[in-house]
Write a protein that binds this ligand. Structure first.
Ligand code: ADP
Ligand code: 5GP
Length: 224
């Protein structure tokens, strides 16, 4: 390809949902470490930080009053109440990173995912992640040890409710083997990145594909 040609990919919004304990965070950490151009949107929440969580890294932790004032100002792309706390996706950051050509991952619950789907954004890919057996969720949440018995019961009870929304998602990733789940999500990201409409720039038929076509053709424009 003509080294002068500016051919690069447009970004897209990657929504990742699934029951608590499915392994969303674990799979994502691997993807973020391995895939260039993929960034995680940091949500705001009114839940208390877990041991080891940092403000601005896992979440922007805020009071209910602050969260509600952000809702009123329209600062969230979507928000929802999940397990008794507010969670929301800050809009300005997502818009800015998408226009910079990044793949922006939203790790959000299915209410938030449906909210985004209903907004019909141009560049959206949705992935549902779950182990194939409900029992694994309980084992994983117990192993994670971040919730008390009441929160744990609430999260497990919500899993079948979230599964009802599965048909609305583009892709299903089963996280029984972590390596296979990472491989599946990587495959989805790579394939989506290669959709023709996501390429922008020009391929010059004269300089990049000389020989068979008459000179003067400037060649397929892959985007406006
Ligand atoms: P989520 O973000 O979906 O709530 P986490 O990523 O926090 O879930 O994972 C929950 C727990 O399950 C963590 O302790 C994690 O180490 C573990 N885990 C994740 N994926 C797997 C897997 N494929 N097999 C076994 N344990 C897993
Ligand atoms: P946790 O408390 O375990 O970090 O997250 C609880 C649930 O809230 C998970 O299902 C997670 O995906 C969801 N969540 C996290 N951030 C957001 C957000 O910005 N919006 C919505 N709708 N859900 C979120």
């Amino acid at each position: 390809m003509n080294p002068g040609a500016e051919v690069s990919n447009r970004g897209f919004l990657l929504v990742l949902s699934g029951p608590s304990g499915a392994g969303k965070g674990t799979v994502l950490r691997r993807i973020l470490a391995e895939q260039p151009g993929v960034e995680l949107s940091v949500s705001a929440t009114t839940r208390k930080p877990r041991h080891g969580e940092l403000n601005g890294r896992e979440y922007y932790f805020m009071s209910v009053e602050d969260f509600q004032s952000h809702i009123e100002r329209g600062s969230f792309l979507e928000w929802a109440q999940v397990f008794g706390n507010y969670y929301g996706t800050p809009r300005p950051h997502v818009v800015e990173r998408l226009s910079a050509g990044k793949i922006v991952v939203l790790e959000i619950d299915t209410q938030g995912a449906k909210n985004i789907m209903d907004q019909n954004p141009a560049e959206l890919v949705t992935v549902f992640i779950t182990p194939s057996q409900g029992d694994s969720l309980k084992q994983r949440l117990l192993h994670r040890g971040s919730e008390g018995p009441v929160d744990l019961t609430q999260r497990l009870a919500n899993a079948p409710v979230e599964l009802l929304d599965l048909p609305r998602f583009d892709y299903l990733v089963l996280n029984d083997s972590l390596d296979e789940a990472v491989e599946a999500l990587t495959g989805i990201i790579i394939a989506e990145r290669h959709r023709t409409h996501r390429f922008r720039g020009q391929i010059n038929l004269v300089t990049d594909f000389p020989g068979r076509l008459s000179s003067g053709m400037s060649g397929p424009s892959v985007t406006p």
